[in-house]
Write a protein that binds this ligand. Structure first.
Ligand code: FES
Length: 102
């Protein structure tokens, strides 16, 4: 069963090429904008808990600001390190950005 929660309003979402950290229902989320398309993933890097929402975008990936592991925005995979973060389903509705916590 989906559990859609608001991350931010569409106007607060990061612009193309940017990432930002938000809290959604107590969950820290990294919101990324890749070429105008938003993606949401767990904010905390599985390496040493770096804040992905303070990182940057390279290609389709968010790069951790601490040691530069790169996580694909669609899959959450980090191929070089055989690691991954959770990626949340995302939709925009009524001017808000929503993610499914499940
Ligand atoms: S904490 Fe993210 S790469 Fe080390």
């Amino acid at each position: 069963m989906a559990e859609w929660v608001k991350v931010c309003s569409a106007g607060e979402a990061p612009g193309p090429g940017k990432v930002q950290q938000f809290a959604a229902a107590g969950v820290d989320v990294c919101l990324a904008n890749v070429d105008g398309e938003l993606a949401a993933m767990d904010n905390w890097c599985p390496h040493r808990q770096g804040p992905l929402g303070e990182g940057w975008i390279e290609g389709n990936a968010v790069v951790c600001p601490w040691h530069a592991w790169a996580f694909d925005c669609r899959t959450g995979e980090c191929p070089e390190e055989n690691s991954h973060v959770k990626v949340f389903a995302l939709k925009q509705q009524g001017g808000d950005v929503l993610i499914d916590l499940h």
